[in-house]
Write a protein that binds this ligand. Structure first.
Ligand code: ATP
Ligand code: MG
Length: 680
């Protein structure tokens, strides 16, 4: 039985406050996530709530998985059947799967990944600007996404006359939306927008879900954006049993429309809210906490919090000045070796955190050179690899033949005599006839100016898809069906034809084979498997975890973690290296020169510092390579905000470059750089 005494008094109050709105506002490492987990267990065991009535929303799939596992450990697997622990996106997929027909879509809708969206927008753009680039498409998609996150419809979108991208967005957004619907496809933001629309338009459904999810909990609430917030308000309407936990100091998704006001306004929007604060930190040493508190107190708009720990002060925070980015990587590796020897740590106890993904390269190189296993979170994901996307495109079309972006992707892949010219004719015909491309392919004799061998190739292609569509309807045989389809398509031969480097070709073929493993493990996990279910899983993978093939996974089990500060939310590691502590890196140069939002950068820095349990190591380079050129760097302003007595500048540091005298000089220049910059 769950013991409330394992919690402190405030945590206990939060766990046992089960009716009515609850805002748990607390700093990093104070047990917010733990409170949600315990609250689920408490509701199940002590309030006799059915697992079906519980809804917990987490920020990533990994967090959802971990929370489920913890609850299962505490109450047993059977007791949690039917409980929904999900991200906003997977919750919305679940609601849409059951009801999307009410919005005029079909149940087998496709979910478009970034690359599918790109394809579509580029095509729409080409009708307007012949030489439109991928970057143009990206900027437009960014604006469309921002609009959707604020629930701005294509009709409401206002361009600003001084911004050419927004003018183009005003033109493209309605067409993009129309095409998506014609393809029976939705993008990621649509998942939320459409769910909100569905619930707003259908009071019966709204009531159903409000009744169903009697007890709702949201972790990392500070990163909720307006559309997510609208959804929460809808779902919790009536009973108001919504418990949100968050930390305004960790709001780091402002750039995606998350609004720190949302957390600050919760009490106003949900009258009768009980506010509970947690102030004891259970994660980090006193020194790490003192540094975090000192940095974050420089932000203007925040709720005052005073984190404390019953733990001792612990080690000082290391600060290493490095000559350049290569030196920075070497120093990190040296420390990993040293700490492992000294404290018997595993590789998995170390994390290297950086502001932007491109910073990972030098660390990856060094780790590889030293044969140290590592996992890279983010970066190019398994399902983003071209050869993998090709197979997924087949599966998407088998499920939803109106998915035109993917249909075009596979139309002549592998090569089957339907060249670009023929594809153009088919697309034009379908546009003029206002009928889906798939229908035209099924009746290609209607398109007069195609060669007989093209007609034949199209007929074979249609027959192939029809045949596999039938076969994939037998879920128990899906694995075998996929295997046979890959053989029949002879994709491996196509890869050898296209790829000059045989080793790369082999790797790409292995990756394709890995899709089979992904399907096999999906089949093991889902009691009611289907092609749609498999594709949902693949589409909803977020960048919270490494998507690797099996070989990579085995290597990664005891490995150093490399990830961006954004991905590190909610996690903890005994030793954290926070690298690139320089002006222009952290804070990012965009925030200094464009958005002027240094506060969000400071929150990122705070998130980074508070991931560390025992030891925090800060690193900064004096020079860094940019487009092959060495650039001088200034130390980050956040370093200066840390009380200097908490920092070591370890005397035993390896000289960066030059003679010891030159180095002494360059180190002292670096520090006078800090003083000049901040006048202290
Ligand atoms: P973040 O803001 O980084 O998401 P958090 O507030 O969600 O942090 P948790 O991850 O829930 O914090 O907890 C941090 C650590 O403290 C975990 O290792 C957790 O097990 C531990 N912890 C939390 N509460 C207690 C407690 N009452 N007693 C002992 N350990 C605790
Ligand atoms: Mg947490």
């Amino acid at each position: 039985m769950f013991d409330l005494n394992s919690l402190n008094p405030q945590q206990r109050a939060a766990v046992s406050h089960t009716e009515g709105p609850l805002l748990l506002l607390a700093g990093a490492g104070s047990g917010k996530t733990r409170v949600i987990t315990c609250r689920i267990v408490y509701l199940l065991q002590q309030r006799g709530v059915s697992p079906r009535q519980l809804l917990a929303v987490t920020f990533t799939n990994k967090a959802a998985r971990e929370m489920r596992e913890r609850v299962e450990e505490m109450v047993g697997g059977k007791a949690v059947r039917g409980m929904v622990i999900a991200t906003f996106h997977s919750l919305c997929v679940r609601i849409l799967k059951a009801n999307i027909e009410r919005l005029g879509y079909k149940k087998n809708f496709s979910i478009y990944a970034a690359s599918d969206q790109q394809q579509l927008v580029r095509r729409l753009l080409r009708d307007e600007i012949a030489d439109a680039t991928g970057k143009d498409a990206e900027q437009i998609l960014w604006q469309i996404s921002a609009a959707k996150n604020r629930l701005v419809t294509p009709g409401e979108f206002q361009s600003s006359s001084r911004d050419p991208v927004s003018c183009m967005t005003a033109l493209i957004y309605p067409r993009y939306q129309k095409e998506l619907k014609a393809y029976n496809a939705v993008d990621f933001d649509d998942l939320l927008v459409l769910t909100v629309k569905l619930l707003e338009k259908n009071p019966d459904l709204l009531e159903h879900y409000q009744q169903l999810f009697r007890y709702q909990m949201v972790d990392e609430y500070q990163d909720t954006n307006p559309v997510q917030y609208r959804l929460l308000k809808l779902l919790a309407g009536g009973h108001g049993n919504l418990c949100v936990v968050g930390d305004d100091d960790q709001s780091i998704y402002g750039f995606r429309g998350a609004d720190v006001e949302t957390i600050l306004n919760f009490e106003r929007d949900f009258p009768g809210t009980r506010l509970i604060k947690l102030e004891q930190n259970y994660r980090s040493t006193g020194n790490i906490l003192a540094a975090a508190n000192a940095v974050i107190k420089n932000n203007r708009k925040r709720k005052e919090k005073a984190l404390w720990t019953a733990d001792g002060a612990g080690n000082l925070i290391d600060y290493l000045i490095c000559a350049d980015d290569e030196d920075e990587a070497c120093r990190v590796i040296e420390r990993i070796h040293a700490e492992r020897g000294r404290h018997q740590l595993e590789y998995a106890d170390f994390a290297i955190l950086y502001r932007t993904n491109s910073q990972s390269r030098s660390f990856e190189e060094q780790l590889r050179y030293e044969n140290i296993p590592y996992v890279l979170i983010g970066g190019q994901q398994f399902f983003e690899r071209k050869e993998v996307k090709d197979i997924i495109a087949y599966l998407k079309v088998l499920l939803n033949p109106f998915d035109e972006v993917n249909l075009l992707r596979i139309l002549n892949y592998p090569k089957r005599n339907i060249g670009a010219g023929s594809a153009d004719k088919l697309i034009r015909y379908s546009a003029e006839a206002e009928e889906p491309l798939w229908t035209i392919l099924q009746q290609s004799e209607r398109v007069a100016d195609l060669k007989p061998r093209t007609h034949e190739a199209i007929a074979q292609f249609v027959a192939l898809l029809e045949c596999y569509r039938q076969r994939f309807q037998q879920p128990r045989e899906m694995l075998e069906t996929l295997r046979e389809m890959l053989e029949e398509l002879k994709l491996a031969e196509e890869i050898y034809r296209q790829e000059n480097d045989p080793q790369k070709a082999r790797r790409r073929i292995e990756n394709q084979a890995e899709v089979l493993n992904a399907m096999a493990s999906y089949l093991e996990r889902d009691p009611e498997p289907s092609l749609a279910g498999f594709l949902d899983k693949v589409s909803l993978l977020d960048d919270d975890g490494p998507k690797q093939n099996d070989k990579e996974k085995k290597l990664a089990q005891n490995a150093v973690t490399l990830m961006s500060l954004h991905s590190s939310k909610g996690l903890e590691f005994p030793v954290v290296f926070l690298v690139g502590m320089e002006e222009g890196v952290l804070p990012h140069k965009k925030s200094i020169y464009e958005t002027f939002d240094i506060d969000e950068e400071r929150r990122l820095c705070y998130v980074g510092i508070t991931r560390a349990q025992r030891q925090l190591v800060l690193l900064g380079a004096q020079q860094r390579r940019k487009y092959g050129q060495l650039e001088q760097r200034e130390p980050s302003r956040f370093l200066v905000e840390i009380p200097q007595e908490l920092l070591t500048r370890s005397a035993g540091d390896k000289p960066p470059v030059g003679t010891p005298a030159e180095q002494e000089q360059s180190a002292s220049n670096f520090f006078s750089g800090i003083s000049q910059l901040f006048g202290d």
